[in-house]
Ligand binder design. Structure first.
Ligand SMILES: [Zn+2]
Ligand SMILES: [Zn+2]
Length: 240
């Protein structure tokens, strides 16, 4: 039985009835973001978001600081905007394993799994310059599919983001549909991501048409981007 967390994951067709005011992908100056936990939270309050999730990058070496980060998040004086703790981790091999510490996993409400770099068959990172366009798309597709089937992740962050953003390669609609079907079968959501998905309207349209299981994330790295994904979804919905 697939266990879906309805606070953070939605059926795409439900957006046509009600848009949850949420941002489930946020970084701060604890890793590669510019602004503090407090500044991000203040902005989310101003925008009257219902909930936000701090999803800081972690790896196997994050033991030393993640608990302190979690304490800061948990100590925020919150109002109507609810705050949650998550983490974005990498899919590190073609078996779909994700790089996550038990100590991080145990205190996070959601885990985002993402492709940022590409491993070879032995799990070593391939330099971008050594990759051909032809294998980028297929490798990213394979990594995501394995992670959906095998990992403890709740959400695939910025699906096809590397192919789209770094290599300007576009998956076919059939590839998207295969990913959507697999994601629904395993209860691992696909993120609609306003930073990586430059062809946002196409992807959101396809997610709604296929009633994908989705999560909503701006991939915030600075305060001005809080709620950006919701803005883009609202604009899309107002035009259909
Ligand atoms: Zn990412
Ligand atoms: Zn991110």
């Amino acid at each position: 039985m697939v266990n879906i967390n309805h606070k953070f994951v939605f059926q795409a067709s439900s957006l046509l009835k009600e848009l949850p005011k949420i941002d489930s992908h946020i970084h701060t100056n604890w890793t590669d973001g510019k602004d503090s936990i407090g500044e991000i939270y203040e902005k989310a309050q101003q925008l009257m978001l219902e909930r936000i999730v701090f999803t800081e990058h972690t790896s196997r070496t994050s033991e030393s600081w993640f608990n302190k980060f979690a304490d800061h998040v948990n100590k925020l004086a919150t109002t109507n905007t609810k705050v949650h703790l998550g983490s974005e981790v990498r899919i590190f091999n073609l078996d779909g394993e994700i790089e996550i510490l038990d100590s991080v996993n145990s205190i996070c409400e959601i885990i985002l799994a993402s492709v940022h770099r590409f491993p070879d068959a032995n799990g070593n990172v391939i330099e971008f310059s050594d990759m051909s366009a032809g294998n980028v798309l297929n490798l990213e597709f394979s990594l995501m599919k394995s992670a959906i089937k095998n990992s403890q992740a709740d959400i695939i962050a910025h699906p096809f983001g590397m192919s789209l953003e770094r290599f300007n390669l576009h998956p076919t609609p059939d590839m998207w549909i295969e990913l959507v079907e697999l994601s629904k079968k395993h209860g691992v959501a696909l993120e609609i991501n306003s930073k990586y998905h430059k062809n946002f309207d196409f992807i959101l349209g396809l997610f709604i048409q296929e009633n994908a299981l989705i999560s909503i994330g701006s991939d915030v790295h600075e305060v001005d981007r809080v709620g950006h994904c919701i803005d883009k979804i609202e604009r899309f919905l107002s035009e259909i």
